[in-house]
Design a protein around this ligand. Structure first.
Ligand SMILES: C[S@@+](CC[C@H](N)C(=O)[O-])C[C@H]1O[C@@H](n2cnc3c(N)ncnc32)[C@H](O)[C@@H]1O
Length: 393
Protein backbone atom coordinates (compact mmCIF):
# COMPACT_ATOMS: atom_id res chain seq x y z
CA UNK A 1 0.00 0.00 0.00
CA UNK A 2 1.28 3.44 -0.80
CA UNK A 3 1.26 6.02 1.90
CA UNK A 4 1.27 9.26 -0.04
CA UNK A 5 -0.62 10.41 -3.10
CA UNK A 6 0.52 8.95 -6.38
CA UNK A 7 -0.74 9.93 -9.82
CA UNK A 8 -1.27 6.88 -11.99
CA UNK A 9 -2.31 6.59 -15.59
CA UNK A 10 -5.17 4.18 -15.60
CA UNK A 11 -4.23 2.86 -19.02
CA UNK A 12 -7.71 1.76 -19.91
CA UNK A 13 -10.48 3.35 -21.84
CA UNK A 14 -13.04 5.20 -19.80
CA UNK A 15 -15.57 2.56 -20.64
CA UNK A 16 -13.45 -0.31 -19.42
CA UNK A 17 -12.53 1.59 -16.34
CA UNK A 18 -16.11 1.87 -15.25
CA UNK A 19 -17.65 -1.34 -16.42
CA UNK A 20 -14.86 -3.24 -14.69
CA UNK A 21 -16.44 -3.08 -11.31
CA UNK A 22 -19.19 -0.58 -10.95
CA UNK A 23 -22.00 -2.25 -9.13
CA UNK A 24 -25.58 -1.29 -9.30
CA UNK A 25 -28.05 -1.03 -6.52
CA UNK A 26 -31.11 -3.07 -6.20
CA UNK A 27 -34.17 -1.46 -4.81
CA UNK A 28 -34.17 -2.52 -1.18
CA UNK A 29 -37.08 -0.32 -0.31
CA UNK A 30 -39.69 -2.85 -1.18
CA UNK A 31 -37.55 -5.50 0.45
CA UNK A 32 -37.59 -3.60 3.69
CA UNK A 33 -41.33 -2.97 3.43
CA UNK A 34 -41.70 -6.70 3.08
CA UNK A 35 -39.61 -7.22 6.16
CA UNK A 36 -41.49 -4.64 8.18
CA UNK A 37 -44.75 -6.30 7.25
CA UNK A 38 -43.26 -9.45 8.78
CA UNK A 39 -42.21 -11.45 5.73
CA UNK A 40 -38.52 -12.07 5.96
CA UNK A 41 -37.63 -14.46 3.18
CA UNK A 42 -35.22 -13.38 0.48
CA UNK A 43 -36.84 -12.28 -2.72
CA UNK A 44 -35.98 -10.88 -6.10
CA UNK A 45 -37.27 -7.39 -6.44
CA UNK A 46 -37.55 -5.32 -9.58
CA UNK A 47 -36.08 -1.83 -9.52
CA UNK A 48 -38.33 1.16 -9.20
CA UNK A 49 -38.45 4.47 -10.98
CA UNK A 50 -36.06 7.16 -9.79
CA UNK A 51 -32.52 6.74 -8.66
CA UNK A 52 -30.91 7.43 -12.00
CA UNK A 53 -31.53 4.20 -13.88
CA UNK A 54 -27.99 4.07 -15.26
CA UNK A 55 -26.91 1.08 -13.31
CA UNK A 56 -25.98 -2.42 -14.28
CA UNK A 57 -27.78 -5.27 -12.56
CA UNK A 58 -26.24 -6.28 -9.29
CA UNK A 59 -26.90 -7.83 -5.95
CA UNK A 60 -26.76 -5.81 -2.77
CA UNK A 61 -27.07 -7.34 0.65
CA UNK A 62 -28.91 -5.47 3.32
CA UNK A 63 -26.99 -5.83 6.57
CA UNK A 64 -29.28 -6.56 9.43
CA UNK A 65 -32.39 -5.88 7.43
CA UNK A 66 -33.62 -8.94 5.61
CA UNK A 67 -30.94 -10.21 3.28
CA UNK A 68 -32.51 -9.60 -0.06
CA UNK A 69 -30.72 -10.59 -3.20
CA UNK A 70 -32.11 -9.25 -6.42
CA UNK A 71 -31.48 -7.12 -9.41
CA UNK A 72 -32.67 -4.07 -11.20
CA UNK A 73 -32.93 -3.67 -14.90
CA UNK A 74 -32.07 -0.47 -16.67
CA UNK A 75 -35.42 0.67 -17.98
CA UNK A 76 -34.54 4.27 -18.54
CA UNK A 77 -33.98 4.65 -22.23
CA UNK A 78 -33.24 8.36 -21.90
CA UNK A 79 -30.14 7.50 -19.93
CA UNK A 80 -29.18 4.31 -21.65
CA UNK A 81 -25.61 3.07 -21.62
CA UNK A 82 -23.94 1.95 -18.49
CA UNK A 83 -20.34 2.38 -17.69
CA UNK A 84 -18.73 5.19 -19.62
CA UNK A 85 -17.69 8.43 -18.08
CA UNK A 86 -18.15 11.84 -19.63
CA UNK A 87 -14.72 13.31 -20.14
CA UNK A 88 -15.30 17.01 -20.21
CA UNK A 89 -12.76 19.43 -18.85
CA UNK A 90 -13.51 23.04 -18.27
CA UNK A 91 -10.74 25.53 -17.87
CA UNK A 92 -12.24 27.68 -15.13
CA UNK A 93 -10.98 30.90 -16.66
CA UNK A 94 -12.23 30.71 -20.21
CA UNK A 95 -14.71 27.82 -20.15
CA UNK A 96 -12.57 25.84 -22.57
CA UNK A 97 -14.11 22.41 -22.98
CA UNK A 98 -11.80 19.50 -23.67
CA UNK A 99 -13.35 16.16 -24.53
CA UNK A 100 -11.43 12.99 -23.81
CA UNK A 101 -8.51 14.69 -22.12
CA UNK A 102 -5.79 12.21 -21.19
CA UNK A 103 -5.45 14.22 -17.98
CA UNK A 104 -8.70 12.67 -16.89
CA UNK A 105 -7.47 9.16 -17.51
CA UNK A 106 -5.25 9.68 -14.51
CA UNK A 107 -6.21 8.77 -11.02
CA UNK A 108 -4.69 9.52 -7.66
CA UNK A 109 -4.29 6.26 -5.77
CA UNK A 110 -3.74 6.18 -2.03
CA UNK A 111 -4.08 3.30 0.38
CA UNK A 112 -6.15 1.26 -2.03
CA UNK A 113 -8.63 4.04 -2.86
CA UNK A 114 -8.70 6.52 -5.76
CA UNK A 115 -9.24 10.26 -5.53
CA UNK A 116 -9.89 13.18 -7.86
CA UNK A 117 -6.98 14.52 -9.94
CA UNK A 118 -8.19 18.03 -10.73
CA UNK A 119 -7.25 20.14 -7.65
CA UNK A 120 -5.65 17.02 -6.19
CA UNK A 121 -6.02 16.80 -2.42
CA UNK A 122 -8.86 19.25 -2.11
CA UNK A 123 -11.63 16.76 -1.30
CA UNK A 124 -11.11 14.01 1.25
CA UNK A 125 -13.45 11.27 0.02
CA UNK A 126 -12.59 8.79 -2.75
CA UNK A 127 -14.05 8.67 -6.25
CA UNK A 128 -13.81 4.94 -6.92
CA UNK A 129 -16.42 2.34 -7.67
CA UNK A 130 -17.19 1.64 -4.03
CA UNK A 131 -17.80 5.30 -3.30
CA UNK A 132 -19.91 5.88 -6.39
CA UNK A 133 -22.22 3.04 -5.41
CA UNK A 134 -22.47 4.48 -1.93
CA UNK A 135 -23.37 7.90 -3.34
CA UNK A 136 -26.18 6.37 -5.31
CA UNK A 137 -27.46 4.65 -2.17
CA UNK A 138 -27.38 8.02 -0.49
CA UNK A 139 -29.38 9.38 -3.42
CA UNK A 140 -32.02 6.78 -2.60
CA UNK A 141 -32.08 8.05 0.98
CA UNK A 142 -32.71 11.59 -0.24
CA UNK A 143 -35.51 10.34 -2.42
CA UNK A 144 -37.17 8.61 0.57
CA UNK A 145 -36.58 11.61 2.81
CA UNK A 146 -38.16 14.07 0.39
CA UNK A 147 -41.02 11.73 -0.59
CA UNK A 148 -39.57 11.21 -4.08
CA UNK A 149 -39.22 14.96 -4.66
CA UNK A 150 -35.98 16.28 -6.14
CA UNK A 151 -36.34 19.67 -4.45
CA UNK A 152 -38.46 21.47 -1.88
CA UNK A 153 -38.07 24.99 -3.30
CA UNK A 154 -41.21 26.04 -5.20
CA UNK A 155 -39.49 26.38 -8.58
CA UNK A 156 -42.61 25.92 -10.74
CA UNK A 157 -42.91 23.52 -13.64
CA UNK A 158 -40.87 25.39 -16.21
CA UNK A 159 -37.32 26.14 -15.02
CA UNK A 160 -34.97 27.04 -17.88
CA UNK A 161 -31.42 27.09 -16.53
CA UNK A 162 -30.50 24.82 -13.63
CA UNK A 163 -27.15 24.19 -11.94
CA UNK A 164 -26.20 21.28 -9.68
CA UNK A 165 -22.94 22.13 -7.89
CA UNK A 166 -20.69 19.20 -6.89
CA UNK A 167 -22.97 16.78 -8.69
CA UNK A 168 -21.01 13.60 -7.82
CA UNK A 169 -22.27 10.72 -9.96
CA UNK A 170 -24.73 13.17 -11.51
CA UNK A 171 -27.66 11.04 -10.42
CA UNK A 172 -29.73 13.97 -9.14
CA UNK A 173 -28.97 16.05 -12.26
CA UNK A 174 -29.99 13.17 -14.51
CA UNK A 175 -33.28 12.72 -12.69
CA UNK A 176 -33.90 16.46 -12.73
CA UNK A 177 -33.18 16.76 -16.47
CA UNK A 178 -35.54 13.85 -17.14
CA UNK A 179 -38.27 15.38 -15.01
CA UNK A 180 -37.93 18.92 -16.39
CA UNK A 181 -37.46 18.71 -20.15
CA UNK A 182 -37.81 22.52 -20.29
CA UNK A 183 -34.58 22.95 -18.38
CA UNK A 184 -30.99 22.93 -19.47
CA UNK A 185 -29.14 21.40 -16.54
CA UNK A 186 -25.41 21.74 -15.80
CA UNK A 187 -23.71 19.51 -13.21
CA UNK A 188 -20.23 20.44 -12.00
CA UNK A 189 -17.71 18.48 -9.95
CA UNK A 190 -14.00 18.09 -9.20
CA UNK A 191 -14.21 14.50 -10.45
CA UNK A 192 -15.20 13.39 -13.95
CA UNK A 193 -17.21 10.48 -12.59
CA UNK A 194 -20.47 11.05 -14.42
CA UNK A 195 -21.89 8.69 -17.06
CA UNK A 196 -21.54 9.68 -20.73
CA UNK A 197 -25.02 8.66 -21.82
CA UNK A 198 -27.23 11.30 -20.32
CA UNK A 199 -30.37 13.25 -21.21
CA UNK A 200 -29.77 15.72 -24.04
CA UNK A 201 -30.68 18.67 -21.79
CA UNK A 202 -27.83 17.93 -19.37
CA UNK A 203 -24.10 18.64 -19.47
CA UNK A 204 -21.36 17.91 -16.94
CA UNK A 205 -18.35 20.15 -16.38
CA UNK A 206 -15.24 19.72 -14.31
CA UNK A 207 -15.22 22.73 -12.04
CA UNK A 208 -14.41 23.85 -8.53
CA UNK A 209 -17.46 25.54 -7.02
CA UNK A 210 -15.13 27.66 -4.89
CA UNK A 211 -13.56 29.24 -7.98
CA UNK A 212 -15.17 32.24 -9.68
CA UNK A 213 -18.43 31.35 -11.38
CA UNK A 214 -18.33 32.59 -14.94
CA UNK A 215 -21.47 31.08 -16.40
CA UNK A 216 -22.82 33.40 -19.09
CA UNK A 217 -26.43 32.55 -18.28
CA UNK A 218 -28.38 33.31 -15.12
CA UNK A 219 -29.97 30.31 -13.42
CA UNK A 220 -33.55 29.79 -12.29
CA UNK A 221 -32.56 27.14 -9.78
CA UNK A 222 -29.26 26.11 -8.18
CA UNK A 223 -28.97 22.93 -6.15
CA UNK A 224 -26.29 21.45 -3.90
CA UNK A 225 -26.53 18.22 -1.93
CA UNK A 226 -24.42 16.48 0.70
CA UNK A 227 -21.59 19.00 0.47
CA UNK A 228 -20.80 19.49 4.16
CA UNK A 229 -17.23 18.28 3.60
CA UNK A 230 -16.58 20.30 0.45
CA UNK A 231 -16.28 24.03 0.98
CA UNK A 232 -13.88 26.05 3.13
CA UNK A 233 -16.40 28.88 3.05
CA UNK A 234 -19.96 27.73 2.33
CA UNK A 235 -21.07 31.35 2.74
CA UNK A 236 -18.89 32.47 -0.17
CA UNK A 237 -20.35 29.65 -2.32
CA UNK A 238 -23.86 30.75 -1.30
CA UNK A 239 -22.97 34.30 -2.37
CA UNK A 240 -21.77 33.00 -5.74
CA UNK A 241 -25.08 31.18 -6.11
CA UNK A 242 -26.91 34.39 -5.32
CA UNK A 243 -24.99 36.28 -8.00
CA UNK A 244 -25.51 33.52 -10.56
CA UNK A 245 -29.29 33.37 -10.11
CA UNK A 246 -31.83 35.33 -12.10
CA UNK A 247 -34.07 37.59 -9.99
CA UNK A 248 -36.73 35.36 -8.42
CA UNK A 249 -34.52 32.27 -8.82
CA UNK A 250 -34.16 29.69 -6.05
CA UNK A 251 -31.12 28.20 -4.32
CA UNK A 252 -31.42 24.97 -2.31
CA UNK A 253 -28.94 23.08 -0.15
CA UNK A 254 -29.72 19.57 1.06
CA UNK A 255 -27.20 18.34 3.61
CA UNK A 256 -26.48 16.21 6.66
CA UNK A 257 -24.60 16.58 9.94
CA UNK A 258 -22.47 14.14 11.89
CA UNK A 259 -24.41 11.70 14.05
CA UNK A 260 -25.72 12.44 17.51
CA UNK A 261 -28.20 10.93 19.97
CA UNK A 262 -30.80 12.74 22.07
CA UNK A 263 -30.86 10.24 24.93
CA UNK A 264 -27.14 9.89 25.65
CA UNK A 265 -27.03 6.37 24.17
CA UNK A 266 -24.07 7.33 21.97
CA UNK A 267 -21.99 8.45 24.94
CA UNK A 268 -18.86 6.39 25.51
CA UNK A 269 -19.23 4.46 22.26
CA UNK A 270 -16.71 4.03 19.47
CA UNK A 271 -19.32 5.60 17.21
CA UNK A 272 -19.18 8.78 19.27
CA UNK A 273 -15.37 8.64 19.25
CA UNK A 274 -15.45 8.28 15.46
CA UNK A 275 -17.57 11.44 15.11
CA UNK A 276 -15.08 13.31 17.30
CA UNK A 277 -12.12 12.14 15.21
CA UNK A 278 -13.94 13.05 11.99
CA UNK A 279 -14.73 16.47 13.40
CA UNK A 280 -11.10 17.01 14.38
CA UNK A 281 -9.69 15.75 11.08
CA UNK A 282 -12.11 17.80 8.97
CA UNK A 283 -11.22 20.86 11.03
CA UNK A 284 -7.55 20.24 10.07
CA UNK A 285 -8.56 20.35 6.40
CA UNK A 286 -10.24 23.72 6.87
CA UNK A 287 -13.61 22.20 6.02
CA UNK A 288 -15.06 21.23 9.40
CA UNK A 289 -18.10 18.97 9.18
CA UNK A 290 -20.01 21.32 11.46
CA UNK A 291 -21.27 23.98 9.08
CA UNK A 292 -24.73 22.72 8.20
CA UNK A 293 -26.58 24.28 11.18
CA UNK A 294 -25.33 27.68 9.90
CA UNK A 295 -26.77 27.31 6.41
CA UNK A 296 -30.04 29.17 7.06
CA UNK A 297 -28.21 32.12 8.61
CA UNK A 298 -25.74 32.20 5.72
CA UNK A 299 -28.55 32.10 3.13
CA UNK A 300 -30.01 35.21 4.77
CA UNK A 301 -26.57 36.84 4.97
CA UNK A 302 -26.02 36.14 1.27
CA UNK A 303 -29.23 38.08 0.49
CA UNK A 304 -31.84 35.36 -0.01
CA UNK A 305 -35.46 35.94 0.96
CA UNK A 306 -38.20 33.54 2.02
CA UNK A 307 -35.50 31.30 3.47
CA UNK A 308 -36.99 28.05 4.72
CA UNK A 309 -35.34 25.26 6.69
CA UNK A 310 -36.76 21.74 6.94
CA UNK A 311 -35.16 19.03 9.06
CA UNK A 312 -35.21 15.22 9.01
CA UNK A 313 -33.32 12.38 10.71
CA UNK A 314 -31.29 9.54 9.24
CA UNK A 315 -30.99 6.90 11.98
CA UNK A 316 -27.92 4.67 12.15
CA UNK A 317 -30.02 1.50 11.92
CA UNK A 318 -33.62 0.43 12.35
CA UNK A 319 -33.97 1.53 16.00
CA UNK A 320 -36.58 4.20 15.29
CA UNK A 321 -40.28 3.66 15.95
CA UNK A 322 -41.09 5.65 12.81
CA UNK A 323 -41.51 3.51 9.72
CA UNK A 324 -39.89 5.96 7.30
CA UNK A 325 -36.95 6.41 9.65
CA UNK A 326 -36.58 2.62 9.92
CA UNK A 327 -36.35 2.47 6.15
CA UNK A 328 -33.75 5.23 6.18
CA UNK A 329 -31.88 3.34 8.93
CA UNK A 330 -31.79 0.26 6.73
CA UNK A 331 -30.32 2.35 3.93
CA UNK A 332 -27.75 3.82 6.32
CA UNK A 333 -26.72 0.26 7.09
CA UNK A 334 -26.59 -0.53 3.37
CA UNK A 335 -24.21 2.41 2.95
CA UNK A 336 -22.09 1.25 5.89
CA UNK A 337 -21.96 -2.28 4.49
CA UNK A 338 -20.80 -0.69 1.25
CA UNK A 339 -17.86 1.16 2.72
CA UNK A 340 -19.23 4.40 4.15
CA UNK A 341 -17.01 4.41 7.24
CA UNK A 342 -13.92 3.63 5.16
CA UNK A 343 -14.79 6.23 2.49
CA UNK A 344 -15.14 8.95 5.08
CA UNK A 345 -12.20 7.89 7.23
CA UNK A 346 -9.34 6.57 5.10
CA UNK A 347 -7.80 9.78 3.78
CA UNK A 348 -8.88 11.88 6.75
CA UNK A 349 -7.54 9.57 9.46
CA UNK A 350 -4.39 8.43 7.67
CA UNK A 351 -3.37 11.77 6.19
CA UNK A 352 -4.69 14.22 8.77
CA UNK A 353 -4.49 12.19 12.00
CA UNK A 354 -1.51 10.01 11.07
CA UNK A 355 -3.27 6.68 11.71
CA UNK A 356 -1.98 3.41 10.24
CA UNK A 357 -4.23 1.25 8.10
CA UNK A 358 -4.17 -1.42 10.80
CA UNK A 359 -5.24 0.97 13.55
CA UNK A 360 -7.99 2.35 11.33
CA UNK A 361 -9.32 -1.09 10.40
CA UNK A 362 -9.46 -2.19 14.05
CA UNK A 363 -11.22 0.98 15.10
CA UNK A 364 -13.73 0.96 12.24
CA UNK A 365 -14.73 -2.61 13.11
CA UNK A 366 -15.83 -1.34 16.53
CA UNK A 367 -17.59 1.67 15.02
CA UNK A 368 -19.35 -0.60 12.55
CA UNK A 369 -20.61 -2.79 15.41
CA UNK A 370 -21.95 0.29 17.22
CA UNK A 371 -23.84 1.42 14.14
CA UNK A 372 -25.64 -1.93 14.17
CA UNK A 373 -26.57 -1.75 17.85
CA UNK A 374 -30.29 -0.91 18.18
CA UNK A 375 -29.71 0.35 21.72
CA UNK A 376 -27.55 3.19 20.39
CA UNK A 377 -30.07 5.71 19.10
CA UNK A 378 -27.76 7.63 16.81
CA UNK A 379 -28.97 9.65 13.86
CA UNK A 380 -27.65 12.21 11.40
CA UNK A 381 -29.63 15.45 11.46
CA UNK A 382 -30.55 16.20 7.84
CA UNK A 383 -31.36 19.73 6.72
CA UNK A 384 -32.84 21.25 3.60
CA UNK A 385 -32.57 25.03 3.25
CA UNK A 386 -33.91 26.99 0.32
CA UNK A 387 -34.28 30.68 -0.44
CA UNK A 388 -35.21 33.02 -3.27
CA UNK A 389 -33.20 35.79 -4.86
CA UNK A 390 -35.31 38.98 -4.58
CA UNK A 391 -37.07 40.31 -7.66
CA UNK A 392 -38.99 38.59 -10.39
CA UNK A 393 -37.92 37.25 -13.75
C1 LIG B 1 -20.69 13.60 -1.02
S1 LIG B 1 -20.52 13.88 -2.74
C2 LIG B 1 -22.17 14.44 -3.17
C3 LIG B 1 -22.47 14.32 -4.64
C4 LIG B 1 -23.86 14.75 -5.08
N1 LIG B 1 -24.12 16.14 -4.78
C5 LIG B 1 -24.91 13.87 -4.48
O1 LIG B 1 -25.65 14.31 -3.60
O2 LIG B 1 -25.02 12.72 -4.92
C6 LIG B 1 -19.57 15.35 -2.81
C7 LIG B 1 -19.11 15.67 -4.22
O3 LIG B 1 -18.60 17.00 -4.20
C8 LIG B 1 -17.48 17.07 -5.05
N2 LIG B 1 -16.71 18.24 -4.62
C9 LIG B 1 -16.03 18.39 -3.48
N3 LIG B 1 -15.52 19.63 -3.39
C10 LIG B 1 -15.90 20.29 -4.52
C11 LIG B 1 -15.67 21.59 -5.04
N4 LIG B 1 -14.96 22.48 -4.35
N5 LIG B 1 -16.21 21.91 -6.24
C12 LIG B 1 -16.91 21.01 -6.94
N6 LIG B 1 -17.15 19.74 -6.51
C13 LIG B 1 -16.65 19.40 -5.32
C14 LIG B 1 -16.80 15.74 -4.86
O4 LIG B 1 -15.95 15.43 -5.95
C15 LIG B 1 -18.00 14.79 -4.74
O5 LIG B 1 -18.36 14.29 -5.99
Amino acid sequence: MSSGPQVLVAGVSAENEVSGGRDAMMDVEEGLSTQIEGQSSASTIPGSAGGGGHRQDADVQMGDASTVAGSISDNDSAIGGVGSYAYVFMNPHNRFLILGSSFLNEIVEENGRTYHVYKDGKYMLPNDEVELNRLDMQNKMWSITLDQKLHLAPIGSNPQNVLDIATGTGIWAIDFADNYPSAHVIGTDLSAIQPASIPSNLTFELDDAEDDWIFPQKFDYIHGRTLATCFKSPLSVFKKAYEALAPGGWFEMQDMCLQRSDDGSMDGTSLKEWQEHVQKATAFTGVPWTNVPNYKRWFIEAGFEDVTEVTFRWPSNQWSGNRKERLLGAWTQAQIDNGMLESVSTRLFMMKLGWSQEKLDEFLAKVNADTKNPNIHAYSPVTVVYGRKPGSS
